[in-house]
Structure formats: structure tokens, C-alpha cells
Design a binder for this molecule. Structure first.
Ligand code: ADP
Ligand code: ZN
Length: 436
């Protein structure tokens, strides 16, 4: 049997009861730290009538108030800082997918624990000091590049800090310098695969064996697609700037969910409408409490990501709870003609029907009715020489989407490569209704 490898074995395989005890100890200290140092959160606790003495362990977590993205905006930039700036060594910021940037602060301790989390993810994907790790997430304020870069160093991989973009050079360095692990967004991985194909290259022409892809939602279908074009095993990784960055959770070889690094991040699932804590196995909004971050220690932060938590034993030997792939953010969800629609549903249909995940959803409102258009790129090898031929394909795709969503989009097949490619997070939705 293949030897099971971990980056921090004792913690990653810690018996659950012991893990919960550790979480309780850390939580009690953390609540005191935040109460004493963050007036913004202390006021929220006072409003709820709760003091640090009321929190004796993780069973009391539910007594604490939530934090939301709106709080982060209110408190911008220093309002949630819990350490003097002189003790902070780094600032990162969200990518602003939902238009509102958040800045987060890190002490050296915070950077260390974040990089440890990324190192756990790299080792879980098979990484060792024999690997060359090509980091093609953006570097800079965005957490993707710096996080995986730090993790790669900790594992002892030879790190190739490419950042995103310049796809030709990515491919050249990947082959010249024998990169074995690729880290980037799944949409950029798909684009690299597409570029390889155009160059007449296949999986056997590149040395990659694994990919660590995250920072945006992607479907199982997209995973298979990337695994096939790049000839790798593709692992999911999740995180958000508010909690540190990528590495809050990561996939192991079983690939049935992402283990949350529970010694640092305590997870709950709540009903997004009522705030009620839901039992394990329920679908709802993911909420995180940072247990030992010093500078920016958010308690009960509502991520708006919708997913399910499970603690079924995992064949990898890790004991940490697993989260399902987020099926989109609660604010990614579009309500079109009263029906909830997630971009991931459209992506699933496209990949099932043999198309690439190159699409854009345009929603608008005409005469008080929502219009719902989906632009889909034809495959480069698809030859359709009649207008009627195109219309038939569009109709059949629209029918497949109707079956998935319950409402009928207008599908428009467009020329290959006419939808702008993303080197970071993909822009899938243009909702013109918000502009009115
Ligand atoms: P922004 O909110 O500006 O995108 P971040 O760059 O911090 O800020 O992105 C964090 C968000 O990205 C998460 O809340 C989640 O919605 C999304 N995300 C990150 N990793 C994944 C993943 N593996 N699968 C799905 N969504 C992800
Ligand atoms: Zn596992």
C-alpha cells in the first residue's frame, strides 16, 4: 500500500474528541483576545448580552454574534484589527468578485499558520521536495499566489512563481523546467489546456502530475475535463481572504470533499435566512471562526458560500471535517423569473452536452420580464454550415438547460474563442438588471 503522507500528521489525524478539546481551548482564548482588542466586535457582543465568561467551549459558539461582509465594509480598514500595526507584517485583499474589497492583516504567526495550511494541501495532492510547483495564481494583494507560494516553500518543492497570465510562457517553463504540480484557478487551468491543444500538444508532452485548483466554483465535469486535457489528478482547494486565503480546506486523494483545517478554523452551517445552526449533513451557509489568528481574527464570519459538512471517516486517515464543493455563493445565485439559478448548473449542462465551459450568462429586464441569454462558444472542431443547423443545436442546448433549471434560456452559439478568457477568476454573469 502507498504510504500515507501528511504535512502535520499529529494534527491532521488527531482523534475527533481531542480535536474538539483543542478547539474549545483555543476558542475561549480567542474570544477573550477579540473582546479585549476589537471594540467593534465587543459592541456586537454587548448588544447580544454575551461576555467572554459565557464562552467555555465550542458548545457555546452559537451565543456569539455573526460578522458579515457589511461589517467588514463598515469597519474598513482598521476596525477589526486585533493587534497593533507594528506587530503586523502583511496585508492582503479580496479579489472583489462581488465588488467590495476587504483588507486583511497578518502577523508573522498568521502568515505561518496560513502557509502551513497550504503546505498540507500540497502534500495531500502528492507534493514532496522532489516536485516543481508552478504557482500560476495571481501574486500581489490576491491571496492565491502568496498562499500557495508559501506552502510550496514549506513542503520544499522547487517553487516556480509564475503568477497568472502569459500562457505561452507558462507552457514553456512548465516543459523546460519540468513542473509537476500546477496551482491556479480552474478556469485558468482549462485555458492552459486549451492553449496546449491549439499548439498540437497533449498530456504526454507535459510533465505535470497534479493540479491544485480553487478560488472559484467549478463542477465535477470541469474537473474531468481538466484532468483529461492536462493528464493530471486535479485537487480542489478553498479559502477566502477574510479567514486568511486558500488552504482553509483542501482535497485529499479520496476527493469526496475538502478537509477543513479545523485546528485553525471552526466551521458551522447555518440557515442563511434565520441564522439557525443546522445539524451536520444539512445544506446551508458556511460560517467560520478563526481559532488562533492574531491580527484579523474573525468570529462567526458568514461566508455566503453554500455547502454541506460531513464527518464520515476518510480513507486518507485525516480526521478533519469535510465540506462539499461550494455550489456557489448565496450572492452568486441569480433569481431569474423567480427561479434560483447558479452558474454551476449551466456549466454542468454544457460539459454534459460536449461543450467547453466557455460561456457567459446575460440577464436583463424588458417590459418587466427577465431576459435570460446564455452565450456558448462552439467547439473549434464543430462544423455547422447552415443557419438551421446552428438553430437546432441552440434549441437542443436550451432544452437541456430547461430540464436542469426549470426555465428556458435563449442560447446563442458564438465563434470559438470569442468569449474573453480569464487568467484569474472567470466572469460568468452579466446582470444588467442591477444597473437600472
Ligand atoms: P472575493 O470575495 O473578492 O472573490 P476572495 O478572493 O477572498 O474574495 O474569494 C473567496 C471566495 O472565493 C470564497 O468565499 C468562495 O466563494 C470562492 N471560492 C474560493 N475557493 C473556492 C473553491 N474551491 N470552490 C468554490 N468557490 C471557491
Ligand atoms: Zn481525506
Amino acid at each position: 500500500m502507498e504510504e500515507r503522507r501528511y504535512y502535520q500528521k499529529e494534527i491532521e489525524t488527531m482523534p475527533v474528541e481531542e480535536l474538539k478539546k483543542l478547539q474549545s481551548e483555543k476558542l475561549v482564548k480567542q474570544v477573550r483576545h477579540v473582546y479585549d482588542n476589537v471594540p467593534y466586535y465587543r459592541a456586537l457582543m454587548e448588544e447580544k448580552g454575551v461576555t467572554p465568561d459565557d464562552i467555555r467551549g465550542i458548545e457555546d459558539l452559537h451565543k456569539l454574534p455573526f460578522l458579515t461582509k457589511a461589517d467588514l465594509r463598515d469597519a474598513y480598514p482598521y476596525g477589526l484589527l486585533a493587534k497593533p500595526l507594528s506587530e503586523c507584517v502583511r496585508i492582503q485583499s479580496t479579489s472583489g468578485t462581488t465588488g467590495r474589497r476587504v483588507v486583511a492583516f497578518y502577523t508573522q504567526h498568521d502568515v505561518d499558520l496560513w502557509e502551513d495550511c497550504c503546505a498540507r494541501a500540497i502534500v495531500a495532492a502528492g507534493g514532496t521536495n522532489e516536485d516543481v510547483c508552478q504557482v500560476a495564481y495571481g501574486y500581489g494583494l490576491f491571496t492565491g499566489g502568496p498562499g500557495l507560494n508559501g506552502g510550496s516553500h514549506r513542503v520544499g518543492c522547487l517553487t516556480l512563481p509564475m503568477s497568472s497570465g502569459n500562457t505561452e510562457r507558462q507552457i514553456q517553463f512548465m516543459t523546460d523546467l519540468s513542473a509537476t504540480i500546477l496551482c491556479c484557478t480552474p478556469s485558468y487551468a482549462a485555458y492552459i489546456g486549451e492553449t496546449l491543444k491549439e499548439k498540437g500538444m497533449g498530456p504526454d508532452d507535459i510533465p505535470l502530475k497534479a493540479g491544485i485548483f480553487g478560488a472559484e466554483p467549478w463542477t465535477e465535469e470541469m474537473r474531468h475535463n481538466i484532468e483529461e486535457t492536462l493528464g493530471i489528478k486535479a485537487y480542489d482547494i478553498y479559502g477566502l481572504t477574510e479567514t486568511s486565503g486558500p488552504g482553509v480546506s483542501f482535497e485529499c486523494a479520496e476527493q469526496t470533499g475538502m478537509h477543513i483545517n479545523e485546528d485553525h478554523f471552526l466551521a458551522e452551517i447555518i440557515d442563511p435566512d434565520t441564522g439557525e445552526v443546522l445539524p451536520e449533513g444539512s445544506k446551508g451557509e458556511l460560517v467560520f471562526t478563526a481559532l488562533d489568528k492574531e491580527a484579523f481574527p474573525l468570529l462567526r464570519y458568514r461566508t455566503r458560500d453554500i455547502c454541506v459538512l460531513t464527518r464520515k471517516p476518510c480513507s486518507c486517515g485525516r480526521t478533519h471535517i469535510k465540506m462539499s464543493k461550494p455550489m456557489g455563493r448565496s450572492d452568486d445565485m441569480m433569481i431569474i423569473r423567480g427561479v434560483n439559478v447558479f452558474p454551476s448548473q449551466i456549466e454542468t449542462v454544457l460539459l454534459n452536452e460536449g461543450y467547453q465551459p466557455n460561456y457567459q450568462i446575460v440577464v436583463d429586464r424588458e417590459n418587466n420580464t427577465d431576459t435570460f441569454d446564455v452565450l456558448v462558444e462552439m467547439n473549434p472542431d464543430q462544423v455547422i454550415d447552415t443557419v438551421r443547423g446552428v438553430a437546432a443545436l441552440e434549441k437542443s442546448l436550451a432544452n437541456a438547460m430547461k430540464t436542469m433549471l426549470g426555465i428556458n434560456p435563449s442560447v446563442h452559439l458564438v465563434a470559438p474563442k470569442s468569449i474573453t478568457r480569464s487568467e484569474g477568476k472567470a466572469v460568468r454573469v452579466i446582470d444588467k438588471r442591477k444597473l437600472v
